[in-house]
Design a protein around this ligand. Sequence first.
Ligand SMILES: NC(=O)c1ccc[n+]([C@@H]2O[C@H](COP(=O)([O-])OP(=O)(O)OC[C@H]3O[C@@H](n4cnc5c(N)ncnc54)[C@H](O)[C@@H]3O)[C@@H](O)[C@H]2O)c1
Ligand SMILES: CC(C)=CCC/C(C)=C/CC/C(C)=C/C=O
Length: 502
Amino acid sequence: MAAGGPSRALLTRMSRQQVAVERARRAFLTGRTRPLDYRIRQLKSLQRCLEERQADIVTALKKDLHKSEQGTALFEIYGVQGEILLVINKLSDWAAPRPVEKNLLGISDQVYIQPEPLGVVLIIGAWNYPWAVTIQPLVGAIAAGNAAVVKPSEVGVHTAKVMEDLLPLYLDKEMYPVVTGGVPETQELLKQRFDHIFYTGNSTVGKVVMEAASCHLTPVTLELGGKSPCYIDSSCDLTITCRRIAWGKFSNCGQTCIAPDYILCDPAIQDRVVEELRKAVKEFYTDDPRSCVDYGRIINQRHFKRIMAMMEDSTLAFGGENDESQCYIAPTVLKDVKPGAKVMQEEIFGPLLPIIPVSSVDEALRFINEREKPLVLYIFSPDPKLIKRMVAETSSGGVLANDCLVHFSVSTLPFGGVGNSGMGAYHGKYSFDQLSHMRGCLIKSLSMEGVNKMRYPPHTAKKMDWVRYFLLSQMTVSLLGKLVLLPLLFLIVAVGLQRFFQ
Ligand SMILES: NC(=O)c1ccc[n+]([C@@H]2O[C@H](COP(=O)([O-])OP(=O)(O)OC[C@H]3O[C@@H](n4cnc5c(N)ncnc54)[C@H](O)[C@@H]3O)[C@@H](O)[C@H]2O)c1
Ligand SMILES: CC(C)=CCC/C(C)=C/CC/C(C)=C/C=O
C-alpha cells in the first residue's frame, strides 16, 4: 500500500463499498473533523439541503409510501431540522472536557472525560421514515466528529436515489459517502472495518449486523422494532384516548417502529374502544381512506401479502378493505383477538390494530412481561399511581403515557430499545455520546512524590493504613469544594503526607 493510502491500481480492484470506506477513513485521518467549526459547517449545509431540496424529498416519499407533503414535513423533516439546530447550539458544551469528581488522593490532579470521535461509522437506515432514521443518526455522527458511510434502505427506491444524489452536493463527499444497494451490497459493506455500526431495521437483520460487527470488535447501535403494547385503563376518556391511538397506529399506514402494536383493555370497554377508533379514523381519513391524501400505502406487495395473511384467524371489528395493485389496506381493527392468533406472532408493521381483552391490570402486566421487551410501552390512564406501577413492573425501550409517538420528538430523552427491541440510544446529546468515545483522562503532575510513596513498596502497615483510608474514603473533592475549608484542608493533607513519607 502506498504511503497515504492505497494506490490507484489497488483502488480499481476494490469493490465500490471498499472504496467508499477506505476514502472515508483516509478523510477521517486527515483530522479535519476535529475542529468544531468543520462539523458545524457540515451541519449547516445539511440544514440547507433539507430546506432547498424539500420538494425532491417530498416527491420521493410520495412515490415510495404515498406520504403527503405535510406528513413528510411533520414526521421526517422538522425533527431532523430541530436536531441540527440543537447540535449547533450545544456542540461546544457537549464536546468540551467533562470534569468529574475525584477522591482525596487526586486532590491536585485534573480528572475529566474528553469525548473524542470514534472514526468511521456505518449508518444503515430503514425505509419507513428514511430521513428520520438515516439522517438523524448522521447528524449525531457529524456532531461527534466521525466520518460516516450512509447506506439508505433499498426498499424505499426513490428516497434512496434522492439521498444518493443530494447528500454529496451538500456534504464533504469523501467524509460522508452514500452507498446504495440491497442485501449483497450491505453484506459487502459489513465485511469492512468500522468503528461503530448504527443499524435501524428488523431484529433478524440486527443479528446479522451484530455478527458481522463482531469480526472487527465493532460496537453497534441496534434500533429495532417489536410489538409495542398499548394498555387502556377503563377510567380513560375514550374519545381522546382512541383518537391518539388511531393517530399513532395509522400514521404511515402502521409502518412505524413505535406504532402501538396491539391494545390491551377490559372486555367491558372493548365495544366503546372500537366505536371511538372508528370515529377517529373517519375524522382523520374520511369515509374513504383510499382517496385521502393523508393516508399512506404499504411499501410493497411482499409486505402487503404478509399483513393480509395476519388477519386470517381474527374477528374483524371494522376495516379490512384492500387493493393489492395499490398496496392499499384500510385502517383495520380486530376484536376479541386471541394471544395465539397470527396477528400476535410478530410485529404487525401495518394498519391492523388487534384488541386483546384482559380482565385486570395484573393480567395486562403478565401479558406484557411474558413477551419480548418492546420498543415502547403505551399506557392510557388518568391515574398517576397506575402509570407508576406499570412503569415499575415492566421493561421497555421507553414509556409514553396518554399519547403515542411523540416521545420520539423529545430530544432530551434517549430513544432506543432494550433486549429484542435493540441496544444503544440516540437523539440530541445521546447521539453525540453514543457516537463518541468517552476518554477518561487523569493528568497528574510530577511533584508531590511524597504523597505517592504510600503505595510504593515496602508496604509497611502504616502506609497500608493511609492508603486504605484514602482509597476507601467516600469523600469526594467536589463535595469538599463546597466547604470553605477546602484550601486549608488541602494544605494540611499535602504537607502532612509529604513529611510523613519523606
Ligand atoms: N427502532 C427504530 O428506530 C426503528 C425505526 C424504523 C424501523 N424500525 C424497525 O425496522 C423494521 C422495518 O424495517 P426493515 O427491516 O423492513 O427495513 P429494511 O428492509 O429497509 O432493512 C433495513 C436495512 O437493512 C439492510 N438489510 C436488509 N436485509 C439485510 C441482510 N440480510 N443483510 C444485511 N443487510 C440487510 C437493508 O439494506 C436496509 O438498509 C421494523 O421492525 C421496524 O420496527 C426500527
Ligand atoms: C409530530 C410529532 C410531535 C411527533 C412525530 C414523532 C415522529 C417523528 C414519529 C416517527 C418516529 C419514527 C421515525 C419511527 C420509526 O419507525
